[in-house]
Design a protein around this ligand. Sequence first.
Ligand SMILES: Nc1ncnc2c1ncn2[C@@H]1O[C@H](COP(=O)(O)OP(=O)(O)OP(=O)(O)O)[C@@H](O)[C@H]1O
Length: 237
Amino acid sequence: MNCIELRNVVKKYGKVTALNNVSFTIECGEKVALLGPNGAGKSTTLKLIVGLLRPDNGEVLVKGLDPFSTKARGIIGYLPEDASPYLMLTVRENLEYIASLRGVNNVKDKVDKLLDFLALRQYEKNRVMSLSRGNRQKLALALALIHDPEILLLDEPLNYLDIPTQERVISLLNSMTNATMLVSTHIMSIARRLASKVIVLSNGQVVWQGNISDLKKFGEENEPIESIVARLMESVK
Ligand SMILES: Nc1ncnc2c1ncn2[C@@H]1O[C@H](COP(=O)(O)OP(=O)(O)OP(=O)(O)O)[C@@H](O)[C@H]1O
């Protein structure tokens, strides 16, 4: 079954065409990295799937549903780029508030587990406005994961995180074997550790999609994967 589907999607911001006829499908359970140069349309793609934006043309479906529907919103977890949780609330208050909005059972247990897992316990009573950027990112990740979403949309999930936390988050995400994941990243090594497929966007268009292992076919012997991906990205101007 398809969990995410974009059909001929066009999205414009005024005169800027951010996405120009983008189509792809992601089957339930697949882990996919969304790659592309700055301004390629990655964040826009995620915002359309999460129901923060509507396409100007074409269709976006989440498990066959309109992303704006309550049902679709309930099965998605979203980590925005530069996520900003409620700054005046404490770390625990943020987690408990979102957990209750999401209808999570056993809120205290779930919050405690995430606080410990992401090494946020010592900050639980601190207001978010006082946290470092990395600790805010950890909280934003916890907020995206608190309801065990079926579909996870992550925009640069490891931004600002220290190396031990990056490793913990990678192993946590890898343990979510049933979840469907679409992860936007600029870092190829992260894409390879979190995903088995890639969609490469450039200038608002899909320039390549397929298994990461097949990317090697486009390169010369011993050519680094980053160099192959850079060439694909530059193929559309
Ligand atoms: N709110 C907005 N208003 C106007 N233009 C926008 C807006 N958001 C994005 N854009 C434009 O849409 C295009 C795609 O932007 P988007 O943020 O989706 O790219 P991206 O691939 O996520 O980039 P990056 O890797 O730099 O984060 C860019 O040209 C960007 O300037």
